[in-house]
Write a protein that binds this ligand. Structure first.
Ligand code: CTP
Length: 387
């Protein structure tokens, strides 16, 4: 789901950072460990890499890895001072300077060191620049003193990570089926009939549903980008494979059909490559089955079906409304494909959400934000069904 840089600095609590890596990986995140030499005195870097399921970094610029979140756990008094002062003399301090995005710090140190005005001034300095602190907790430290200084428990740190990444449990326990990309219908051994869909909208929807705790299956039709982590991916290159895979999962609570599925396919597929000659090549195209409509006909109680309408102009919006009834779906996402700045193969989109109760225009925004608006409406519809 998200890529998290995990800085581990040199304190005894480094052993608890192992559990933190395990929990983050279990939650579907990609974890990039940044282990300082001080931390290696307690736990070998290999342990973190093994738990993160990565090979030990040979990347010279690992501290420059772009990530959604930087967590430093444990954060020692020394590394905190480096962050406050803007130093760049270890991997974690360098990463903190290079990182753009939320920074979560889990201090761990002796209670007298924590209470020292120098440390408190450093805390204030990093807080003013937007860092979020989790802990330290009160309790007995490794050296047997009592006070504020224990690193927060890994579960508590994970909860703060989820908050900072915008994760919720609003779709926990729900099965969500998403299709993305564009199908390719083979003409011969090497040629196909396809379309310009990149899969970005569907991938953003799958990531959003996963972020909200859903159990997500992504039907991937020739994606031009990587699927999000933490979702089950089923390759569905053609309209037929997509139909079969969708029908096999027709009991999903929510279906988001963002893929551009071919409406026609060549009636005949040549097994070998057709050699070039001077003759025209006449194709016979036959209609494919409509996946969304097939699901609509078999819908189960409480299920919410969402379709996309790739149309052009004002008449397109009227056709989107008509699609709502014809395909027996709950929400149609209208998308004007005549514009080159949005929709097909673009990073941004601007859509109208059409439901039986009305229309909601969603202003032009990155596809991730559009995905959040679509899933918000789908969640409302799921709640309505449950009533
Ligand atoms: N769709 C589908 N199966 C198909 C074709 C389309 O499930 N064989 C789905 C798409 O994933 C999309 C919705 O139907 O969610 C609308 O697709 P679109 O091509 O815009 O509409 P059509 O149903 O093909 O309607 P039209 O007659 O306007 O082409």
């Amino acid at each position: 789901m998200a890529r998290i840089l995990l800085g581990v600095s040199g304190g005894i609590a480094a052993y608890k950072a192992c559990e933190l890596v395990r929990l983050l990986v279990k939650g579907g995140h990609e974890v990039v460990p940044l282990v300082t030499p001080g931390a290696e005195r307690f736990v070998r870097a290999e342990t973190f890499f093994a738990l993160a399921r990565r090979s030990p970094a040979e990347d010279l610029y690992v501290h420059l890895t772009q990530a959604d979140l930087l967590v430093v756990a444990p954060l020692t008094a020394n590394t905190l001072a480096k962050l406050a002062g803007g130093h760049a003399d270890n991997l974690v301090a360098e990463a903190a300077l290079a990182h753009r995005g939320p920074l979560l710090l889990a201090p761990a140190m002796n209670p007298r060191m924590w209470a020292h005005p120098a440390t408190q001034a450093n805390v204030e300095a990093v807080r003013l620049r937007g860092a979020v602190l989790v802990g330290p907790d009160e309790g007995e430290t490794a050296e047997g003193e009592w006070g504020l200084g224990r690193m927060a428990e890994p579960e508590q740190i994970v909860a703060r990570c989820r908050e900072l990444l915008g994760e919720t449990d609003s779709l926990a326990g729900r099965r969500v089926l998403v299709s993305a990309g564009g199908t390719r219908e083979p003409l011969d051994a090497v040629r196909f009939l396809g379309n310009r869909s990149s899969g970005r909208m569907g991938v953003a929807l799958a990531a959003e549903a996963r972020k909200r705790g859903a159990d997500v299956t992504l039907l991937a039709a020739n994606l031009s980008l990587a699927p999000p982590a933490g979702v089950d991916v089923v390759e569905t290159p053609t309209a037929e494979t997509l139909l079969d895979a969708a029908l096999a999962r027709r009991d999903a609570d929510l279906v988001l059909m963002a893929a551009a599925v071919a409406d026609y396919r060549p009636a005949e597929r040549l097994e070998t490559k057709l050699p070039k000659d001077q003759q025209a090549w006449h194709l016979d195209l036959e209609p494919t089955a409509d996946v969304l409509q097939s699901l609509g006909e078999r819908r189960t109680n409480g299920q919410v079906l969402v379709g996309f309408a790739a149309e052009t102009g004002v008449e397109g919006l009227a056709r989107a409304r008509e699609k709502l009834e014809r395909k027996r779906v709950d929400l149609v996402v209208y998308n004007d494909v005549s514009r080159s700045d949005i929709g097909f193969d673009a990073d941004e989109n601007e859509v109208v959400l059409v439901t039986a109760s009305g229309e909601q225009r969603v202003a032009k925004a990155p596809k991730e934000r559009i995905a959040a608006a679509i899933v918000d409406t789908a969640e409302e519809l799921l709640r309505e069904r449950a009533r």
